[in-house]
Design a protein around this ligand. Structure first.
Ligand code: ADP
Ligand code: MG
Length: 90
């Protein structure tokens, strides 16, 4: 199976003119839901064309990570960047 960046992602990267820039990065990121810290101290960098799997048992916070990357949920700490844009802090 191969995964290709969407046209929007490809266009953005071309316009950024920085093929070396990571597509997404987290530094010391943490998230809280329902008054509970699900994860913290998360450092992750994914480059263009890289395939990254996030593994963990049910309820560990994988879907919540996706929500933070989408900007649906704010990170409680740290820095989250997707396509060079910093996600707003909580
Ligand atoms: N909005 C929310 N309010 C309270 N608890 C939540 C909320 N969203 C997720 N949770 C809880 O956070 C934990 C992680 O959820 P989730 O990210 O869906 O885990 P995974 O995808 O790894 O199975 C679960 O215990 C879930 O019940
Ligand atoms: Mg899930």
């Amino acid at each position: 199976m191969s995964i290709h960046p969407t046209e929007a992602v490809r266009t953005h990267l071309e316009h950024a003119g920085t093929g070396e820039q990571p597509v997404l990065s987290l530094r010391g990121a943490a998230v809280r839901v329902g008054g509970r810290t699900l994860w913290s101290g998360v450092d992750l960098t994914v480059g263009a064309g890289e395939f990254t799997a996030v593994l963990g048992p049910n309820g560990v916070g994988k879907s919540t990570l996706v929500k933070v990357l989408l900007g649906v949920l704010p990170a409680a700490a740290g820095e989250v960047r997707v396509l060079l844009r910093q996600r707003p802090p909580s």
